[in-house]
Design a protein around this ligand. Sequence first.
Ligand code: SAM
Length: 304
Amino acid sequence: SVQQSARDRLPRYVRVNTLKTSVNDAVDYLKRDGFCYQGQASRLEDLTLREKDFVKDLYLPELLVFSPKMDFHDHFLYKAGHIILQDKASCLPAHLLSPPPGSHVIDACAAPGNKTSHLAAIMENKGKLFAFDLDAKRLSTMSTLLLRAGVLCHQLANQDFLKVDPGNAQYKDVEYILLDPSCSGSGMVCLRDNTSHDQSEDQARLVSLASFQLRCLNHALRFPRLKRLVYSTCSIHSQENEDVVTACLQQNLNFRLVHLLPQWPERGLEPLTQCLRASTTKTRTHGFFVALLEKHKKSCLPCR
Ligand code: SAM
């Protein structure tokens, strides 16, 4: 099918797990293993690779890019947790949130944990990473993934994020939240064939997802010390993306959008051009959306 071939043409992205190795050591290992390193990509076209060629990504420092045909599931580096197989777009949320080592962070809808492990790598395993998910089975997959990746700073909970109390003393130092809630998945190239063709059913599902996403977002903004929050979906529908963020900002006047990666080629739909979108055609990834919300600095209160 058309979708199948679009997926087959997407580059294969590999995130180097800096908790276990460095980007240069991974590159050297791959060169010794018969891959041909072509240097750092400087244009989108450089991500069109043949056979065993590979490059470093344009924007994401820990990301290596291979030809669509490559499969690393049986590779030593994957089995040893030195590399994580993660689409480029889904590396954006943790990269943009960028919590410093030692910070306290919440990953609100975390399983199976690729973004959690990316956050831990950025935090250099220092600080606290509270990760929640409603689905016990996905959480158990996540435990295995985090163990293999050498993540140590996390605390997993099989819990509804909407029921996590922002006033609880445990979370009093949380300054960063990553919110990647359940969505329609309409950006996933391989899933697009499976969507139902009953339009009213699709519409009802989107309305209910968007209401859940907005509730999660509003809830997340209630953590008292929160500074920055990344909201992401793998949906291409504005109802789950720009519309959710717009509604949230109208209800939370103390937060504003941060203008993300000026060089990134695909922006959020007008007027939310501070946000990023991703797609097979413009960014050579699955469809994706990312927004970064930041709390206003306390404005000076009028003196009495
Ligand atoms: N961030 C994950 C990653 O990068 O691997 C993917 C998260 S996936 C898009 C959304 C997750 O949200 C699912 O695992 C789902 O079980 C979980 N979820 C749905 N409703 C939830 C809720 N109320 N509280 C916590 N997690 C929830």
